[in-house]
Design a protein around this ligand. Structure first.
Ligand SMILES: [Zn+2]
Length: 103
């Protein structure tokens, strides 16, 4: 990020929709230094979106909500069979989240 700032980038008030880092503006382009990606704004909304993958932030949000809900369910569950199913699901969701972060 220091390199980008030296190249004349300015830090924006908006945060990256994926990682939450402050976005940088270089010329007319908006970048996330952490994700190392260009961020584009869709015309109809003010929400920053990743180029070519419009639903990723929403998907990440959904996964995080589900993981949080699963965590609550796991804490209350005592049935081993159900616990196994929930745990498997949790692993799958965490994997999906990791894949999403690597995109
Ligand atoms: Zn980012």
């Amino acid at each position: 990020m220091a390199d980008l700032l030296r190249r004349g980038a300015t830090m924006l008030a908006q945060a990256c929709p994926v990682c939450g880092s402050p976005l940088l503006k270089i010329g007319d382009d908006i970048y996330c230094a952490t994700c190392d990606r260009k961020i584009v704004y869709s015309d109809e909304k003010e929400t920053p979106r990743l180029q070519g993958s419009t639903s990723l932030p929403e998907l990440r949000e959904t996964l995080l909500e589900k993981i949080s809900a699963l965590n609550d369910a796991l804490a209350k569950e005592d049935d081993l069979e159900v616990l196994t199913r929930l745990s498997n699901l949790l692993v799958l969701m965490l994997r999906a989240l990791r894949e999403l972060n690597n995109l």
